[in-house]
Design a binder for this molecule. Structure first.
Ligand SMILES: [Mn+2]
Length: 400
């Protein structure tokens, strides 16, 4: 009897030991085996494994998910990805409401090798900035007027927070850097995942609250400054606000800086030459898609930089700026566009510009290939944008 008790005791102790994870039993798989690349120091020996890329809950680039609009409403960050799943302002193919989920899926492998951007010589994931995925703004698909308000307030609620990281001091004088904003505050940057292009009207209203009138760099095959009478606006006041007219309204509201804003990759047909006169009035310069054949990516970068100067700038990227050969899954595809490589080169050419926030819109994953061509292109384009942002603090270079 005594002997049996001792045996039972020994078995119990052995079992408890196994469950505590303290033994090195061959059958016990350690659950912390998978280390996410963005948490690891690369290059290094921190068990960067491929299975962390294709498993788990999908956020942009596997960044940490913060419920910034609800339970984490006091969280601070430096750059936030934020979905705006709205597509009831489209004129042709609907489906961009699935854009945020699609772009996140296409972004899974961004940190597969660690996330170091070779041509820009920076790893945005290890730049010291706090970068998070804030999930999606709740957007109703039943009432555009209400949805546009939801997007403005969702965006503003993030933009008006303080940044996680201080702006820091001047490396030469040691003096504190001065924020570039109009209200003197250092604002975080938001990268919005669309959504059709209508979302940029409420976003620019939010941007105005921090920066006042803003210069805009807009990559798109279409102008999006159309007068409502020309583009779908006849039935009602609400129909007049859509993905082809939002820049017209933004200009009417005084949200855009006239003369220092510019479109790139334009190749749409028009109602007539008057559309360009109206576009001029809305404050934009234009770079036609076909100019890449004559002035190349260098010439396009120069035109953009000359137009914007050193002013704060908002960056809006319609995935249809890229040719449908490379990005077919979009609302209003136009052939004759730029390659993914060309757009990425042009975006890297914006290095040093003070990009206060950005968006990537019009990804409608239902029209994509099984190879995730469009959502992958969208994610890679945003990788260039976040790299450029991570390199340039939003400080006012002019000594006050
Ligand atoms: Mn557009």
């Amino acid at each position: 009897m005594q002997f049996m008790n001792a045996v039972v005791y020994a078995v119990l102790v052995a079992t408890a030991f196994a469950h505590s994870g303290q033994n090195d039993h061959a059958d016990q798989m350690p659950l912390d085996y998978v280390k996410y690349p963005y948490q690891a120091v690369y290059p290094g020996d921190n068990e960067v494994t491929a299975d962390s890329i294709f498993s788990g809950i999908t956020t942009f680039a596997k960044l940490p998910w913060h419920q910034c609009l609800t339970k984490d409403k006091d969280d601070l960050f430096d750059i936030a990805f934020l979905g705006a799943p709205f597509d009831t302002g489209t004129s042709y193919r609907p489906g961009a409401r699935f854009g945020p989920a699609g772009i996140r899926a296409g972004s899974r492998r961004l940190t597969l090798y660690g996330g170091y951007n070779v041509p820009l010589a920076i790893n945005p994931f290890q730049s010291g900035l706090k970068i998070v995925d804030c999930g999606d703004i709740p957007v109703t698909p039943y009432d555009n007027q209400h949805a546009i308000k939801q997007i403005e307030y969702g965006h503003k609620s993030l933009l008006q927070r303080s940044t996680f990281s201080p702006l820091g001091n001047d490396s030469v004088t040691g003096e504190p850097l001065v924020p570039i904003s109009l209200d003197g505050k250092n604002h975080p940057r938001i990268i919005t995942l669309g959504g059709d292009h209508t979302i940029v009207l409420p976003i620019l209203r939010s941007i105005y609250s921090a920066y006042g009138q803003i210069s805009v760099i807009h990559f798109d095959s279409h102008l999006d400054t159309w007068k409502p009478a020309v583009f779908g606006g006849a039935p009602s006041a609400q129909a007049a606000i859509n993905h082809g007219t939002y820049f017209y309204w933004a200009s009417q509201e005084g949200l855009i800086k006239n003369g220092s804003s510019i479109h790139g990759a334009i190749r749409t047909t028009l109602s007539g030459p008057a559309d360009y006169i109206n576009d001029d009035d809305s404050g934009f310069q234009r770079i036609e898609a076909r100019e890449i054949d004559t002035i190349g990516t260098d010439g396009i970068i120069q035109k953009i930089r000359k137009t914007v100067g050193d002013k704060p700038v908002y960056l809006s990227i319609d995935i249809d700026s890229i040719d449908p050969a490379f990005a077919p899954a979009t609302g209003t595809p136009e052939t004759g566009g730029w390659s993914t490589r060309e757009l990425r080169t042009i975006l890297r050419g914006l290095d040093g510009l003070k990009i206060v926030s950005a968006d990537l819109v019009e990804v409608a994953p239902a029209y994509d290939t099984n190879a995730e061509l469009t959502t992958m292109a969208a994610a890679d384009v945003l990788f260039e944008v976040m790299s450029v942002m991570a390199k340039t603090p939003l400080e006012d270079a002019i000594v006050k």
